[in-house]
Design a protein around this ligand. Structure first.
Ligand code: SF4
Length: 175
């Protein structure tokens, strides 16, 4: 339960606190559309953990391929955007990193599964470096009392579970 709480916390931070602009600068891969057969997917039951980074996460599925590669899959509700959101890509990259640390074999890519489309995201060295930079920055921010909002998207705040306690929210719930 503690692991899940930590995982939620880490990915909530990734979702809500990082700037789209900064992520755009990292030149994240847009992903390629692929066909997947969901019947072969096995639910991932145990959270993956990396003690050095203090990172925990649980992909929705792990797909073991014939060549021994283990591919993490993140399932998102709703229709696919034109290209996956940067926050989704970073979350998947974190799963790729955790899979590599646990199984000692680097996944060549991970999959983001939307309702109507699947994207393969190549787990490149550049993506890994961007992820590590992001995690390092998040750790640094943990010691700050205030962290500036990193976006101007009211819709994002409207869906955010922290909006009632966040002093930088663009949406206030008066109910
Ligand atoms: S309410 Fe808005 S600014 Fe505050 S944490 Fe959530 S998304 Fe970020």
């Amino acid at each position: 339960m503690l692991y899940l709480a930590i995982a939620f916390f880490i990915f909530a931070l990734i979702f809500f606190r990082r700037s789209s602009a900064q992520q755009g600068e990292a030149g994240l891969p847009g992903g390629r559309i692929i066909y997947t057969d969901t019947r072969s997917w096995k639910t991932s039951v145990t959270p993956l953990y990396d003690g050095i980074l203090g990172l925990t996460g649980k992909p929705d599925y792990l797909v073991e391929q014939n060549d021994g590669n283990i591919i993490p899959v993140e399932v998102k509700s709703g229709k696919a955007p034109q290209t996956p959101y940067d926050s989704h890509i970073y979350q998947l990259a974190a799963y790729c990193l955790l899979v590599e640390r646990k199984y000692n074999k680097r996944p060549p890519y991970g999959i983001i599964h939307y309702e109507d489309k699947d994207f393969a995201i190549d787990y490149t060295r550049d993506l890994e470096m961007s992820l590590l930079d992001l995690l390092a920055e998040m750790k640094r921010d943990d010691f700050k009392d205030d962290v500036d909002r990193s976006h101007d998207q009211a819709g994002r705040c409207a869906k955010c579970g922290y909006r009632n306690i966040c002093d930088q929210s663009l949406v206030y719930d008066n109910s």
